[in-house]
Write a protein that binds this ligand. Structure first.
Ligand code: CAA
Length: 262
């Protein structure tokens, strides 16, 4: 995998096929400023094109996944600056990564931190994590997808309450509401759990995994009829892959499949 070194990230491959990206700007509780996002986009693109990588885990520290967009960086922006540069649009690059990303959330995931966590395909957290969209307390609103993704994740009434009050959501509550797939007892268990899930995903056909992620994501944008049609077409297309033949023949022969990733 990549040998580039980053100023605000730690990158490793702790399990076969798994890239671990750790946000590392401890002095600012991993507040998300442009240089960090540029590094994050760079490493995600490299991992996405790395043939040895099958899944990615994104985490922060025990104290903070990320405490939001960097308030000090953006406080003096004008409308013209923000609109003119399409401020924060570059954060969405993460949603164009084809391989599954699991966010392992410990500590604060506030504002842009919560939004970044929700851009991942699977959210894991520890029970003591703190999610929230506190932008209303700063005289503004979520700007990196929070109003849309939180509402899809937990429903309109709960999302309205969270966004209009700025009240936080505990990790325990996040899992009960479906914002997170699981809440673990400790930060270490959360990261280990994410790595184990990523390792499992990385053990499957990369073609099938990519297709599965693509069709699930379509459900967020399409109505049920178009979504089911899209799924069926992609399902049909996988009969053209070697891995479908390998997987189904292995089942019939009672053998373990050896994926070709083709
Ligand atoms: N931006 C810039 N710096 C931040 C930051 C942020 N979002 N969050 C924390 N920091 C900095 C603090 O300024 C502080 O720096 P100094 O030591 O230089 O003063 C350092 O990180 C440690 O933070 P605290 O001393 O505040 O730590 P705490 O434990 O007392 O409080 C906290 C932790 C509750 C998370 C508090 O830091 C906080 O409320 N942070 C801001 C959370 C927030 O409002 N996030 C939303 C940002 S807006 C946004 O994200 C817009 C969008 O939709 C994209």
């Amino acid at each position: 995998s990549s040998s580039t070194s980053y100023e605000h990230l730690i990158v490793s491959t702790p399990k076969p096929g798994v890239g671990l990206v750790t946000l590392n700007r401890p002095k600012a509780l991993n507040a998300l400023f442009t240089p960090l996002i540029i590094e994050l986009n760079d490493v995600l693109k490299k991992l996405d094109s790395d043939k040895d990588i099958g899944a990615i885990v994104l985490t922060g520290s025990e104290r903070a996944f990320a405490a939001g967009a960097d308030i000090k960086e953006m406080k003096d922006l004008t409308f013209a600056d923000a609109y003119g540069t399409d401020f924060i649009e570059v954060w969405s690059d993460m949603t164009r990564i084809k391989k599954p990303i699991i966010s392992a959330v410990n500590g604060y995931a506030l504002g842009g931190g919560c939004e970044l966590a929700m851009m991942a395909d699977i959210v894991y957290c520890s029970v003591g994590a703190t999610f929230g969209q506190p932008e209303i307390k700063l005289g503004t609103i979520p700007g990196a997808g929070g109003s849309q993704r939180l509402t899809k994740a937990i429903g309109k009434s709960r999302a309205m309450e969270v966004i209009l009050t700025g009240n936080n959501i505990s990790g325990k509550q996040a899992a009960e509401w479906g914002l997170a797939a699981k809440a673990f007892d400790s930060a270490q268990e959360c990261v280990d759990g994410a790595l184990a899930t990523a390792e499992k995903i990385a053990s499957y056909s990369k073609i099938a995994v990519k297709a599965a992620k693509e069709v699930v994501n379509k459900s967020q944008d399409l109505g049920i009829k178009e979504g089911v049609e899209f799924e069926r077409r992609v399902f049909h297309s996988l009969f053209g892959s070697k891995d479908q033949k390998i997987g189904m023949s292995a089942f019939a022969a009672k053998k373990k499949p050896e994926w070709s990733h083709e």
